[in-house]
Ligand binder design. Structure first.
Ligand SMILES: CC(=O)SCCNC(=O)CCNC(=O)[C@H](O)C(C)(C)COP(=O)(O)OP(=O)(O)OC[C@H]1O[C@@H](n2cnc3c(N)ncnc32)[C@H](O)[C@@H]1OP(=O)(O)O
Length: 416
């Protein structure tokens, strides 16, 4: 542990940001970020919520915590610390610096009154010990658009598509943001946009394009209103047998099924391309139910958003339950002992209460499993089958598993 080191853990001062960020970049391999990206993260860093560990004048560890609001089942926007920029200098690794930052950070998040902490992990093995569970997944696909066709619903032809300048506020950017804002309450895991974050999806640095085009944008319109957008790049490939270009989707949002289908049909059909590459879509994305051959789409999933309940009572009361639940949970939380013990959760689709109780428990689980199940994307029954949730009262598991589920899969549209 860190006790053998003369290190100091403290809140980041704005004038220390460059040194602090350089340590982070080095922890991630040392390849400098393009200036635009670095400038954006400089602007977005919330220094008063960020931590650094210093060994003399050397920064040797970093961790930040954005002040987000995340959609939970039922549609509420719950305050959540977006844990980010975690890095420990390789010279100081495995001496407990990460653990000391996680300790301080979760204490801080609790004192800020934020019931949740969120993160995306560079490696899945790091954060379980601190009570984070993988709660949402991203769908990835490499679609052979030469073989997999798309049959769209009647009425799709009535959607007008037009090219727009992605970063131009008047042309496209504001309209895309408006669509995004309307989608946020409808899907657990989505983050209400904070000022400046709209720039992330518009970053378009040539050195990061890997030979693909600049970012392109197509808007879907119905009745003169923008009802959807797609941002993508095209990477031309010229084979002896003909053109085999790839469409790389960056982002797509649509307010209704026809606009959604029109945008997917467009992406499937761009001339001189035969592949559509998706790296982060919801696991229940609708296009999967329009394709003629899902095997040619090479779909797979990857862990995405990790959730940590910082305040079990407040977090469980902040979401709704799709079927009535009345269950006592015996919660184990070795890292944040204030959560440990028995909680009675009573709730339904309208709201919930979660309070301390001494009644007998129906389910026993750790806070990590609660985090995994919290957004409705990981069934408690599956966690029980894995031995991670124990049923102590007959019927409690089925009742809680149905209640905790979500009709819409949780999804985090972008990293942070
Ligand atoms: C939200 C984000 O920003 S994700 C980005 C995370 N950062 C990176 O991946 C950058 C490269 N890696 C690093 O900077 C560091 O190796 C870190 C941050 C992952 C770990 O920092 P350290 O200070 O070495 O961790 P610390 O010494 O506190 O380790 C605590 C425990 O976690 C374990 N651990 C640390 N890193 C890992 C890992 N990558 N995989 C699995 N276990 C790990 C340690 O073995 C230790 O276990 P123990 O308590 O059983 O002994």
């Amino acid at each position: 542990m860190a006790t053998d080191l003369a290190t100091e853990l403290r809140v980041l001062r704005p004038d220390e940001w460059d040194t602090w960020y350089d340590n982070l970049i080095r922890a991630f391999g040392g390849v400098p970020e393009p200036g635009e990206e670095r400038d954006l993260y400089r602007t977005l860093t919330e220094c008063g919520r960020s931590l650094g560990v210093w060994d003399g004048d050397m920064c040797v560890a970093t961790a930040g915590a954005f002040g987000f609001r995340v959609t939970v089942p039922g549609g509420a926007a719950v305050p959540a610390a977006g844990v980010t920029m975690v890095g420990v200098a390789a010279t100081h690794r495995r001496r407990g610096l990460l653990t000391s930052m996680m300790r301080r950070q979760l204490d801080d998040v609790r004192s800020w009154g934020e019931p949740l902490a969120l993160l995306t992990a560079s490696e899945p093995g790091i954060y379980g010990r601190f009570g984070y569970g993988a709660a949402s997944f991203q769908l990835r696909a490499d679609i052979d658009t030469g073989r997999a066709g798309l049959s769209v619903p009647a009425g799709t032809d009535g959607v007008r598509l037009r090219y727009a300048e992605p970063a131009d506020a008047a042309d496209a950017a504001d309209a895309c943001e408006a669509v995004y804002a309307r989608l946020v309450p409808g899907r657990p895991g989505m983050l209400a946009r904070r000022p400046g974050w709209e720039r992330l999806g518009l970053l378009d640095v040539e050195s990061l394009r890997g030979g693909a085009s600049p970012l392109q944008c197509v808007l879907a319109e119905r009745g003169g209103e923008v009802t959807g957008y797609a941002r993508y790049r095209v990477k031309p490939v010229w084979e002896d047998g003909g053109p085999e270009g790839t469409v790389e989707l960056a982002e797509l949002g649509a307010l209704d099924p026809l606009s959604d289908a029109a945008l997917w049909r467009f992406l499937f059909g761009i001339d001189l391309t035969s592949r559509l590459s998706l790296r982060n879509r919801p696991v229940d994305d609708a296009w999967q139910y329009l394709v003629s051959d899902i095997r040619r789409c090479r779909t797979r999933q990857r862990d995405s958003l990790y959730v940590r309940l910082v305040d079990v009572g407040a977090a469980l009361a902040a979401r709704t339950y799709q079927a009535p639940v009345d269950v006592v949970l015996e919660v184990e939380d070795a890292f944040c002992g204030w959560n440990a013990g028995r909680w009675r959760l009573s709730g339904d689709a309208k709201g919930a209460v979660c309070e301390r109780t001494s009644d007998a428990a129906g389910l026993a689980l750790s806070v990590r499993e609660l985090g995994a199940a919290y957004l409705g994307g990981v069934p408690l029954t599956a966690l029980a089958a894995a031995g991670r949730v124990r049923e102590l009262r007959g019927g409690a598991l089925a009742e809680a598993a149905v209640g905790f589920g979500s009709a819409v899969a949780p999804w985090l549209p972008h990293g942070f």
